[in-house]
Design a protein around this ligand. Structure first.
Ligand code: ADP
Ligand code: MG
Length: 414
């Protein structure tokens, strides 16, 4: 290994896993085929696996190995990092487009992504590494990935836990009971050495993401597949009512326009996340609704407004002349997650206050995250088709605070 460009001295938790992979140390009498490693982000899963892959690759000539990730972008990253580690004289041939590295001894490493299962079919390897396994579908895993190692020697499954579902969870559980085929390991992000700066950064992350996300992504705990998103709902209902605009305050608003029979909601908060105004209406034409909303926004010192533009986006364009500091927000799976999780953190840390509005309280209580096994994403929505317009508009107003507070208002006027 001293001929590699980069040195690798595994930390003590990595050594435990490496011993199981190499039948060494306390595992010298074992020969596990499936080794599952669940660890928090940044523990060093991928790096450790890369060095193990190189070791396997040079254990004999003509070995076939494969690295599988859910998506191609992660794949290209690992491909490049491996080439950085390997000095030129140890690489016979490499091709990023086709995704392979042929080592000097004719061993070959394939890089494949699970989102393109057809490219994996027909490949046979002795050693297989599945990275970010929490995002790989059971279907792709069982139908194309697993058959590649029918006669294989070792399969390393690594990932950061998400929900109690999927292949990472399945293999992790198989390896918990004493047996000779499956072995599992689980480590938190703190089970790897950290500098003072890294510890400070982790503290900051912990303060800024929902507790559930912290538990799964950093403490490597598998979470419930579904559940309520917001806590402290009544504890945060501390305001007596709405409050009038104060001349020197900056305000922020969120608009969620409802289709047909749905409600349209405007929420206005101050820069300390106090809900100062909320208007929820339906069965009116859009002009009436938008007129009422724009008047209020103007009253609140031209609040910096985020407007959800997935539906009727022409109305947004038409309203630019009526609302001075208007910004659009396009909801998709990722952006919705961001604004909802931001609101969830404010609720958890009791940094938001609102009056005891029955509709808002009800919507916050019924809002839930549901794991979708096909997309492997947690989807946020109201339970059983209940309304969620108050939640969305409040989340947009809070997102507006986060993004536009203390910035020059003119800057956002397009
Ligand atoms: N044993 C080690 N010694 C030094 N740095 C390490 C070690 N293990 C991991 N790292 C570094 O820690 C960071 C995170 O590693 P990575 O493998 O990407 O983590 P993970 O895949 O668990 O999220 C990288 O910068 C990597 O180089
Ligand atoms: Mg990784």
């Amino acid at each position: 290994m001293e001929t590699l460009n980069t040195d690798f001295s595994p930390h003590s938790s990595q050594i435990e896993v490496l011993d199981a992979l190499n039948n060494e140390g306390i595992f010298r009498k074992n020969n596990f085929k499936y080794i599952t490693l669940c660890a928090g982000r940044g523990w060093g899963k991928s790096l450790m696996a890369m060095f193990q892959l190189i070791k396997w690759g040079f254990s004999a000539p003509n070995i076939k190995l494969m690295w599988v990730t859910p998506y191609s972008i992660q794949n290209r990253l690992i491909y490049r990092q491996l080439l950085e580690i390997l000095p030129g004289n140890l690489v016979k041939e490499s091709n990023g487009t086709d995704g392979f590295i042929r080592l000097a001894n004719n061993s070959i490493i394939y890089f494949k992504q699970a989102e393109n299962p057809d490219s994996i079919r027909g490949v046979h390897v002795q050693y297989l590494i599945i990275d970010e396994a929490q995002d790989i579908s059971e279907d792709a895993f069982n139908s194309v990935i697993l058959p590649t190692t029918q006669y294989g020697k070792k399969i390393l499954i690594i990932g950061t836990p998400k929900v109690r579902n999927g292949i990472l969870y399945y293999y992790y559980n198989l390896g918990l009971a004493p047996n000779e085929i499956y072995k599992s390991f689980k480590y938190t992000v703190y089970d790897a050495p950290k500098t003072k700066e890294q510890l400070d950064e982790l503290q900051l992350i912990k303060l800024n993401i929902p507790f559930k996300a912290w538990q799964s992504e950093y403490l490597a705990e598998f979470c419930d597949t579904e559940g309520s998103v917001f806590i402290n709902i009544l504890d945060n209902a501390l305001l007596d009512g709405f409050s009038d605009p104060l001349p020197n305050n900056q305000y922020f608003s969120g608009i969620d326009l409802g289709q047909a029979k749905d409600y349209s909601v405007l929420s206005i908060v101050d820069s300390e996340y106090n809900l100062v105004y909320l208007d929820r209406r339906r069965k009116q034409d859009y002009d009436t609704i938008i007129d009422a909303f724009s008047r209020k926004i103007k009253e609140y010192n031209d609040a910096v407004t985020l407007w959800e533009t997935n539906i009727e986006s022409y109305l947004f364009e038409q309203s630019k002349s009526k609302i001075k500091n208007l910004n659009s927000f396009n909801t998709n799976r990722g952006s919705k997650k961001e604004i909802i999780e931001h609101l969830a953190v404010l609720m958890e840390r009791q940094k938001i206050k609102y009056p005891k509005l029955p509709e808002l309280i009800k919507e916050l209580s019924l809002f839930e995250g549901k794991y979708n096994a096909t997309t492997r994403y947690v989807q946020y929505s109201a339970q059983g088709g209940a309304h969620d317009d108050c939640v969305i508009s409040l989340a947009l107003a809070c997102w507006s605070v986060l993004n536009y507070k203390n910035r020059k208002i003119q800057h956002f006027f397009i």
